[in-house]
Design a binder for this molecule. Structure first.
Ligand code: G5P
Ligand code: MG
Length: 222
């Protein structure tokens, strides 16, 4: 019998905890983690053509155009094992349709966190750009302030975490990304998780993913 290959994604507003929950999922289930935002930020730092193009939009809290993102993420998915968790893509219905034409997904996880909680936590976010590891003062503080736990390299604050840009990102989310939730509800693969903290949400996500067979989500089978 051919092994079924597991394909999943995680939706949620800016700073709802997609990166935090994704890290726990991929550590538990051995999936590849593809975060569109992390990949774009790495390209911005390396001054690649896609990075230079994306930077114009990201710093204003706007979405990068669909055609650019669809090509970019398709290429990234071609480079990895076909068991993955996508984080931050798709963000528009056009992106969701394009992805659905290429891949049949097993599950779309949606994190539901109140906006006031989000606005509060963004202020304390620190990231390690090369790995995408994310910290928050008081929640998962780095062991040494300003340094990544694994490499000791410096942490940065994201340019798009300034309050006025966060506001714009939340507006873009409401207008363009909320309809993506309905797209996956219609496909019958949506699972939603509400809570004020990632620690509250994580056990529910774990329970839900545990209903898939270990064979589906283990890299040992590829
Ligand atoms: P990104 O990078 O995809 P967003 O806006 O979707 O950006 P973001 O900001 O990365 O999402 P997240 O991953 O949902 O947030 O959240 P996170 O980083 O895990 O958690 C946020 C903070 O809260 C962290 O500091 C974390 O430690 C902390 N935290 C987590 N849980 C808790 C908790 O329980 N308590 C507390 N106190 N703290 C907690 O996209 C960036 C930009 O790239 C472009 C767009 O311009 C976008 O704005 N882009 C795209 N454009 C078009 N199409 C796409 N598909 C695009 N993808 C990216
Ligand atoms: Mg993220």
């Amino acid at each position: 019998m051919a092994t079924k290959l597991f394909k999943s994604l995680i939706l949620g507003a800016p700073a709802s905890g997609k990166g935090t929950i994704s890290a726990r999922i991929v550590n538990t289930f051995n999936l590849e983690h593809v975060s569109s935002g992390d990949k774009l930020r790495q390209n911005i730092q390396n001054k690649t053509p896609i990075g230079l193009e994306a930077q114009k939009y990201i710093k204003e809290g706007k979405l990068v155009p669909d055609e650019v993102m669809i090509k970019f993420i398709s290429e990234e998915l071609n480079k990895i094992r076909p068991v993955w968790l996508l984080d931050g893509f798709p963000r528009t219905v056009a992106q969701a349709k394009a992805l659905w034409e290429i891949y049949r997904l097993d599950v779309a996880l949606n994190l539901v966190v109140p906006f006031p909680v989000i606005i509060d936590r963004v202020k304390g976010r620190w990231v390690h750009l090369p790995s995408g590891r994310v910290y928050n003062e008081g929640f998962n503080s780095p062991k040494v302030p300003g340094k990544d736990d694994v490499t000791g390299e410096p942490l940065i604050q994201r340019e798009d975490d300034k309050p006025e840009v966060v506001q714009k990102r939340l507006e873009q989310y409401d207008q363009l990304t909320r309809p993506v939730i309905e797209f996956y509800r219609d496909k019958g693969i949506l699972q939603e998780f509400s809570g004020n903290t990632s620690d509250e949400i994580w056990p529910k996500v774990l329970d839900s993913l545990a209903t898939f067979t270990p064979l589906d989500i283990s890299k040992e089978n590829i």
